[in-house]
Design a binder for this molecule. Structure first.
Ligand code: CTP
Length: 411
């Protein structure tokens, strides 16, 4: 790939030449763009020597159009380190120097950022809001890490090591699809044009959200699932090139990616009907919905009235198990992924479900972990495979967890 390494003014800029070296060693062609402040930490001759190309840092060099030619040249732009300042500028659409102008011109192409700053700055709501904005546009964040910081304190804000940034770039499997290259329109759309070759043109089902099981015309049995994990999975699959059939129980979430086709359902039986009909045409399925295991045996078509002072007994009957059914329908070449939300004997229970339901992978959420589970924006999961492998992921945003799951189950 042709990669532009953008460098901004943080102490971690001294690691940028190493990132350039690693990317070149991995076979990429690299050019550098830097802010004036970056050059307080790393020199122009160093960057020009390691990249083998002139440095871009003067907006008005070459008649002031260098940002456009560099944008046309580059296939991926990685900003390392990315200060709070550059993150804020991109989130606000500010282009007042060479690198910020290039970043805006790079719209529609893959951008990776490795944030680096003091932990209090990282935690500031403005920075967190800006990160969310950038992630929402498809910009990938690598790090920051937690550890010792240049200012003498420790906390979250350390730039990821150059090896990890280089590896993340390779793992993201950024590819601009051939048709986009042929049409030359890679920059004309705001869609994040990256493809995982194992997903491009493939169809996957995702189930998401809770199910509601009607008691009468105004009441139901439900659960606290927000659907965020399932919607994040659908987005991650679609971003990586898959066509996604998202079957979602009641949730206010909206799917924004054009490759996601959303079917809204209410009950487990409706979700079962949609998923079993779609599965035979799909290459894989990730079932993350929190499906009600039981429903009222009878649903009254009117509002049930209180019966004097007596209590009320609801008779529940079992719902069909969508995941187990897809497991029994699964054909060679199809990948089936389930979730397990466990409170005790987590690993043993998850492994039992993996075997029993004929899954290829199971994603274990433990409700014991803080920040994991229903309603929150983060999750902490362990991904177990049928082959016996185990990947323990740290606490991450559901968006990042989704990408990890997609990368793992499509290896
Ligand atoms: N699932 C499903 N259909 C159901 C129940 C669950 O597709 N009727 C799926 C969920 O989407 C999830 C997985 O099965 O991917 C695990 O759900 P969970 O409730 O943890 O497991 P159960 O099989 O219901 O087992 P148990 O109640 O014993 O924990």
């Amino acid at each position: 790939m042709r990669i532009i390494v953008g460098i901004t003014g943080g102490i971690a800029a001294y690691k940028a030449p190493e990132l350039v070296r690693l990317l070149k060693k991995a076979g990429h062609e690299v050019r550098c763009a830097a802010t004036d402040h970056a050059l307080q930490f790393v020199t122009r001759p160093t960057l020009e020597t390691v990249s083998g190309h002139p440095l871009y840092c003067d907006l008005f060099a070459s008649g002031g159009t260098e940002h456009i030619s560099l944008k046309d040249w580059g296939e991926l732009l990685v900003v390392a380190p990315a200060t709070a300042n550059i993150i804020g500028k991109v989130a606000s659409g500010i282009a007042d120097d060479a690198l910020s102008t290039l970043l805006l011109a790079f719209s529609g192409k893959p951008v990776v950022m490795a944030p680096a700053m003091n932990s209090d700055m990282w935690a500031h709501p403005a920075v967190q809001r800006n990160i969310q904005t950038l992630e929402g546009w498809g910009i990938r964040m690598v790090g920051p890490e937690t550890g010792e910081l240049a200012c003498g304190t420790s906390g979250t804000g350390r730039m990821s090591e150059p090896e990890d940034i280089a590896e993340a770039i390779c793992n993201f499997e950024f590819r601009i699809s051939n048709s986009e290259k042929e049409n030359g329109d890679a920059a004309s759309s705001s869609e994040f044009k990256v493809q995982n070759p194992k997903l491009a043109g493939r169809k996957w089902i995702v189930t998401a959200g809770p199910t509601y099981e009607r008691i009468d015309s105004v009441r139901f049995i439900g659960n606290y699932s927000s659907g965020k994990m399932g919607f994040a999975l659908a987005e991650a699959l679609a971003e990586a090139g898959a066509e996604v059939e998202l079957v979602a129980g009641p949730t206010a979430l909206q799917a924004s990616h054009p490759r996601i086709h959303l079917t809204r359902v209410e009950s487990a039986r409706e979700m079962y009907a949609a998923a079993t009909e779609l599965f035979p045409q799909c290459n894989g399925a990730i079932l993350s919905a929190a499906v009600a295991d039981y429903r009222p045996g009878v649903c009254a078509d009117h509002k049930l009235k209180k019966q004097g002072d007596e209590g009320m007994t609801l008779t529940l009957v079992q719902n069909p198990d969508i995941l187990a059914t897809l497991g029994s329908m699964k054909q060679p070449g199809q990948t089936l992924v389930g979730f397990a939300l466990e409170t005790d004997n987590e690993l043993a229970n998850a492994e039992g479900k993996l075997q029993r339901k004929n899954l290829d992978y199971i994603v274990l959420n433990s409700l014991r972990d803080q920040g994991a589970g229903f309603g929150v924006d983060t999750n902490k999961v362990t991904i177990l495979s049928r082959g016996g492998s185990r990947r323990d992921c740290p606490l991450m945003s559901k968006r990042e967890v989704a990408r990890e799951i997609v990368a793992t189950v499509t290896q």
